[in-house]
Design a protein around this ligand. Structure first.
Ligand code: NAD
Length: 429
């Protein structure tokens, strides 16, 4: 990784350990040569617009007082209000939240949503706390960041270890403080509170749609295509189901309990039921088991990492034999692994487009909350598919024009859109 230019590292990050923000800066440097005259504005992308660090004090169930560090970073709002999740994790750092907020700017712009990028987090291991404690922590955090969020300012959503219940508490706290019920302040809410139909399956559906686009471009028939998926949760499970319904063969699934494999194709609905009952794929009938190494070595048309970040590294990249790799998870492929796999001619659909289905339906949720008029699931899926296809098409066109990877192309599309907005708005004053 290139050393970040000292001028670009804010004084509050440790130059010896700049964290994920340095990875993001390197990605911006890579696309700068393709930005033409807009490169004049590129520094905008290297500085978050606003960073808020808050103390979150709470009385615990045992009567003691605990303090947690909370963050909300708004990376860029040139194209619209900030948008991005809130993460509860003991390892959350400012550098991580900054980088995640910037990647949200890129993701929103790559899919052409009228949003900027933001992210929030609390440095806490939520498993150590009761529901009551988590509710008080969430409400105090929401109050502390209340001045800078809002349906026209910055709209949080669930992320690692936060869910629809946490969003309901955030929405209620914001509404109590502002004196009016404001459903549009967060997305990923329960449907009973202005949440959107289709949100749960949205990311997996988006993964399926872009994979089909890439397959079509590569002359691969989805029917009978061999698919391997790591992660059988919200994203991987939904994508598996859609591929199965389309007649593809999901030949292997790898989750936290192990790998199941059937060269003739797994019975995905039966596997869903099995996982529901047993908590994981291990021991599922009509399948053989294999090691993770054997999983990564499978010959497939489409491989979908949809579990965790950093799963495909220089240690297993050489094993991979697939035509199309679709990044359902965020950051599943390290930059070194990306180089190794791309050199084999494998097409990699980057996370910022591949898993943008979730934020796209969050956008629909926000629009529905504003108009207090709710769409059918069929309408949502139809609009989602159109936006994902369009995002894929813009990225693919730029990749061909500049002979660059789809990842670089997605960044070119997104950064150009953000900087065009910045340029026409001009600098105030
Ligand atoms: P999930 O918790 O529903 O499912 C995670 C899956 O990963 C499970 O099947 C689990 O068994 C598997 N897994 C966990 N640890 C594993 C390990 N060590 N080895 C193999 N498998 C393992 O999560 P999700 O919502 O499906 O999210 C998956 C990924 O997609 C994450 O990177 C997430 O950030 C990303 N993502 C999710 C959404 C969304 O809307 N849910 C949106 C964008 C990106």
């Amino acid at each position: 990784m290139a050393e970040p230019h000292p001028q670009h590292l804010p004084s509050y990050l440790d130059p010896a350990n700049p964290g994920p923000w340095a990875i993001y800066l390197e990605q911006v440097d890579r696309v700068t040569p393709y930005l033409g005259p807009l490169a004049r504005w590129v520094e905008t992308l290297k500085r978050p617009k606003r960073i808020l660090v808050v103390d979150v004090p709470v009385e615990l169930d045992n009567g003691t007082i605990a303090h947690f560090e909370g963050y909300r970073v708004q990376h860029n709002t040139s194209r619209g209000p900030g948008k991005g999740g809130v993460r509860f994790h003991q390892n959350v750092t400012l550098s991580e939240v900054m980088a995640l907020s910037a990647w949200m700017s890129v993701k929103s712009a790559a899919v052409n949503l009228p949003f900027g990028g933001a992210k929030g987090g609390i440095r806490i291991d939520p498993r150590q706390y009761s529901m009551g404690e988590l509710e008080r922590i969430t409400r105090r955090y929401t109050s502390e960041i209340g001045d800078i969020i809002g349906p026209n300012k910055d709209i949080p959503a669930p992320d690692v270890n936060t869910n629809a219940q946490v969003m309901a508490w955030m929405m209620d706290t914001y509404s109590m403080n502002s004196g009016r019920t404001t459903t549009g302040v967060v997305t990923g809410k329960p449907v009973s509170l202005g949440g959107s139909l289709g949100r749960v399956a949205a990311t997996g559906r988006g993964v399926y749609v872009v994979a089909c686009e890439a397959a079509r471009e590569s002359g691969i028939e989805i029917k009978d295509a061999r698919i391997a998926i790591q992660g059988f949760g919200n994203v991987g499970g939904t994508a598996a189901q859609l591929f199965h319904e389309a007649g593809a063969k999901v030949i292997a699934v790898y989750d936290h309990t192990g790998v199941v494999h059937n060269e003739r194709g797994l019975n995905v609905p039966a596997l869903q039921n099995y996982v529901h009952e047993h908590g994981g794929v291990a021991g599922a009938p009509d399948a053989d088991t294999m090691t993770p190494k054997e999983f990564w070595s499978l010959e497939t048309e489409i491989l979908i990492p949809a579990a965790l970040e950093g799963q495909i590294t220089r240690d297993n990249a050489d094993l991979i034999h697939t035509r199309i790799l679709v990044e359902g998870a965020n950051g599943p492929t390290t930059p070194e692994a990306d180089d190794i796999i791309s050199a084999k001619g494998t097409m990699i659909i980057p996370d910022v487009v591949a898993n943008a289905g979730g934020v796209t339906v969050s956008y629909f949720e926000w629009v529905q909350d504003f108009s207090s008029f709710f769409w059918t699931e069929q309408e949502i899926n139809h609009r989602l598919e159109a936006m994902m296809r369009s995002a894929y098409g813009s990225m693919s066109k730029v990749a061909r024009e500049h002979s660059v990877s789809l990842r670089t192309a997605a960044f070119i599309v997104a950064c150009s859109r953000i900087l065009e907005a910045r340029q026409v708005r001009g600098l105030y004053p």
